[in-house]
Design a protein around this ligand. Structure first.
Ligand code: HPA
Length: 254
């Protein structure tokens, strides 16, 4: 197996990386069970990239049922050490309107009832990993530098609030999240980031803002539809290939 330079987890609306060449598919089983679908490994230029659709390629796995542990373990099993997680999110504060790309630097976990550690099984070592900075700064920097060099607008920082879903939030919940300091809201940021830290993987989030969160936009009573979400993700994803190329180039340099 080649070395994997970067693993990418695609979120809602990002189910394939069309830019990959020489793609091979891996149906893996891990010590935590099966991942959401096949891992596609291919080349982007002279770099090797693994891609996994978090919700499955047909979007059949809802956020609370994703086997986050198996997804990360599968990527690690293939030799990945760095994971760039794409997360489709709602925007809460002014800088994070629909179609914005952001690389958050903090998060708050509002999820419940998900297996959130690799220390779950009887007899496994108890880990208390440092999580003060939930994302790997060196990987975040590569993404931010790549965006800057390519002229792709990308917001540096912001706090991601991870909610349980699959329903969207009430306006009161979003108002509370804003008071808590959240800029973005999504359903899949946790436990993924915490598990990546436990597994020793570098991990950063590339958030794609699909909509204003409930009551957060200029039109307070706006109804959020899946079609709007998908349309905005598609539009915001236009720059992803050049951004990824830039990130991989930085890995070359490093
Ligand atoms: N809330 C939670 N998750 C989301 C949203 C939202 O408004 N939009 C896309 N994912």
């Amino acid at each position: 197996m080649d070395r994997i330079d970067l693993a990418i987890i695609g979120g809602t609306g990002v189910y394939r990386l069309a830019e990959l060449d020489d793609v091979r598919s891996f149906d893996l089983e891990t010590r935590f069970g099966a991942p959401s679908g096949p891992v596609r490994v291919g080349r982007l230029g002279d770099r090797s990239v693994a891609f996994l659709a978090r919700h499955g390629e047909g979007h059949s796995v809802p956020p609370h049922r994703v086997n986050y542990r198996a997804n990360l373990a599968a990527l690690q099993q293939l030799g990945a050490t760095r994971v760039l997680a794409m997360n489709t999110v709602g925007g809460i504060t002014e800088r994070f309107g629909p179609r914005v790309l952001a690389c958050p630097d903090q998060l708050i976990d509002y999820t419940w009832g998900r297996i959130s550690t690799i220390c779950e099984e009887e007899g496994s070592e108890v880990l208390h990993v440092d999580f003060g900075e939930p994302y790997t700064e060196s990987l975040r920097r590569m993404v931010l530098d790549a965006a800057k060099a390519a002229g792709v607008p990308l917001v540096d920082g912001g706090c991601y609030g991870a909610t349980q879903g699959p329903r969207l939030e009430t306006r009161a919940e979003i108002a509370r999240m804003r008071r808590d300091g959240c800029d973005l809201v999504g359903m899949t940021g946790m436990p993924e980031a915490g598990l990546a830290r436990e597994l020793g993987l570098d991990y950063a989030c590339l958030a794609i803002v699909a909509n204003w969160a409930a009551g957060a936009g200029p039109q307070v009573d706006e109804v959020i539809t899946l079609q709007d979400v998908l349309d905005n993700v598609e539009a915001a994803s236009a720059h992803l290939p050049e951004l990824l190329r830039g990130v991989l180039d930085r890995m070359n340099a490093g």
